[in-house]
Structure formats: C-alpha cells, structure tokens
Design a protein. Structure first.
Length: 322
C-alpha cells in the first residue's frame, strides 16, 4: 500500500493542470492544461509577463518590442512589454520609460533587478510564482518589491492573481503622473483605433468600465473597480479584464487606458486624470513602510456581458484571494 501511495504521489506533478518551470536565469514558463500560457521574464530593466494567451491559445498581447515580425503591430512605446508593473516617477526616477534606448524623465531611468525567485510551483488547480526585486535609481536602492502571482486552471478562462508589496528602503514618493502603473499592452486587433498607416489587421477593440463608461473618451482618467477590453482576433471574440482589489490604495483606481491598446490601472496620476494641477495623487512611504497592491487579470472568450465580468469581479472580492 505504501508503495502504491508513493507512486501516486510521484505521478501527481505529471497530472498537474498548471506547470511552472524555470528556463534559464531570466525566464520562467507557465503552462496550463498542456498548453503554453505565458513566460515571466525576470531580467532587467523590469520583470514582465509575455506573451499572454487565451485558453484557446490565441495571443492577446502585443509582440513588440520582444518580437519584430508580428504583422500589423504599432511599434511605439518600446517600454510596453506584455504585462508589467512599474511607475514613471519614484523619487523622480523613471521606472516606466526605462528601456536602455530611453532617457527616462526626471533623474533618468530606474532599474528593477531580481533579488530571488522564492517559489515557482505548479499544481492541479493553480500554480504560483513568488519573487523579490529591488527598485534602484542611480545605483541606490529605493524599494523592495515582493510579488506573488497565482495562475489558475480553467477550461475557458485564464486568470492571474497578483499580490505585490513594496517596502521602502528609504523615504520614497510615488509621484503624481499618468505614466503608470499596472499595465498591459494588447494585441493590435484588440486596439480601439485603427492607425492611419496600418490598414490591417482591423482593430475591433472596445473598453468597458464597471461604471458603464465605454471607449477611451469616457474611460481614460475615470475611476472604476474594473475595466474590460474586448474585441475579435482572427474571428475569435476575446477580452481581458483588470480588476482592482477593494483594499488597494485609492480604490476604485484611475485608468490610464488608451485606444491604441495600452490598458493600465494607475492610482497616482490624480492631477492628470482630474485635469486639475492643484490636486496631488503622490503617495509617500517612510523608510521601512509598506504598501500593498492586489489585482486580478482575467482573459476570457466573448465580450464583457457574455463573459459575466461583473459576476467574476464579485467572486474575486468575496474573500477568495488570500
């Protein structure tokens, strides 16, 4: 009997629906139900997930700048890499536009370096990656980021829970700027606006907020508990929702979401979003103080209504995230 139990235990990882494996020093691969889902890139200048795929296998994020050969992509904003979490002003260092070919604003480019991969483990229903990173400006540590990402198995959905805690290495300020923060750059078909110089593929995207507001004109700069961005890729209706946890700072968050496919929750850029320079959305942490953020990302078939995004958000906030 003991031998049989041991054999069963050894077989469990082979049957796991979520498989997570480190592939070299700068990449961790995530596979769900035997199909690739995404890769966690952990090299400088920042960590990011790319590409992201729907349960069908369709890629829903832009390939550029990691790939240069994807038809019909807009090759702007080289710092828009898949899904990432950075900010444009931390003690006046730019962690948003911080590619090697960019100068950054303020004091210049900040960098985010891996400290340690603490856990990378799959499972029958979910898998987890935990890692810590150091945010530095001019070679001086500003923040430690501890990140936990849970990847859930589901026949139709691809769901990721993010739990990120920052600890200040010195007194630091997340500045008031629209350039941030928890962001995704979408595949071209999911963009709202058709670039004049790129006739194909057809842009079909539409963003919808929890408040009922739609399109960039209404959603950009507004506050909402969630925003869903959906469209059609090669005839397949798909969407991505970002959900803001009720305990996040300044919930419901502001949205820096653009018709060209940028899709970002940003609680800091109040003066930009309110179009009122007398307001200040900066948040300061003293040395040793912490600030926590939680988000859920859901990649789904269909549009906002058919996917039941409002109900999925209710489930997210019902105590299931630990």
């Amino acid at each position: 009997m003991k031998q049989l139990l041991c054999l069963a235990a050894l077989a469990l990882p082979l049957c796991a629906q979520v498989k997570i494996a480190q592939q070299g020093p700068e990449k961790i691969a995530v596979e769900i139900d035997g199909k690739p889902f995404t890769e966690f890139h952990i090299g400088q200048p920042k960590p990011y997930l790319a590409p992201l795929r729907a349960a069908s296998g369709t890629i829903v994020t832009r390939g550029y700048p990691m790939r240069q050969d994807v038809f019909g992509e807009n090759r702007d904003h080289p710092h828009h890499r898949g899904l990432w979490f950075t900010h444009g002003e931390v003690n006046d260092w730019d962690f948003w536009a911080n590619e090697e070919n960019q100068k950054g604003v303020g004091k210049g480019r900040g960098t985010i370096a891996l400290k340690k991969v603490e856990r990378a483990r799959g499972g029958a229903k979910s898998g987890v990656i935990e890692a810590s990173f150091e945010w530095s400006g001019g070679g001086q540590p500003l923040l430690t980021e501890h990140r936990r990402m849970i990847f859930h198995a589901d026949p139709e959905l691809r769901t990721i829970d993010f739990d990120v805690t920052f600890t200040a290495a010195d007194q630091i300020t997340f500045g008031d700027t629209k350039e941030g923060t928890f962001a995704i750059r979408l595949a071209p078909e999911l963009e709202e606006a058709q670039p004049r110089r790129i006739p194909e593929p057809k842009r079909t995207g539409r963003m919808v907020a929890s408040t009922g507001k739609q399109t960039e004109k209404e959603v950009w700069g507004s506050r909402a508990a969630w925003v869903d961005y959906y469209g059609t890729i090669q005839g397949e209706p798909l969407g991505i929702a970002i959900m803001d946890h009720p305990e996040n700072p300044r919930h419901p968050t502001y949205w820096h979401s653009r018709a060209y496919g940028l899709f970002a929750a940003n609680p800091f850029g109040v003066s930009d979003f309110e179009r009122d320079k007398t307001k200040n959305g900066a948040i300061t942490l003293k040395k040793g103080e912490k600030m926590r953020f939680r988000y859920r990302v859901v990649i789904h078939p269909g549009d906002t209504q058919s996917a039941g995004i409002a109900a999925l958000y209710k489930a997210y906030t019902g105590g299931r995230l630990r």
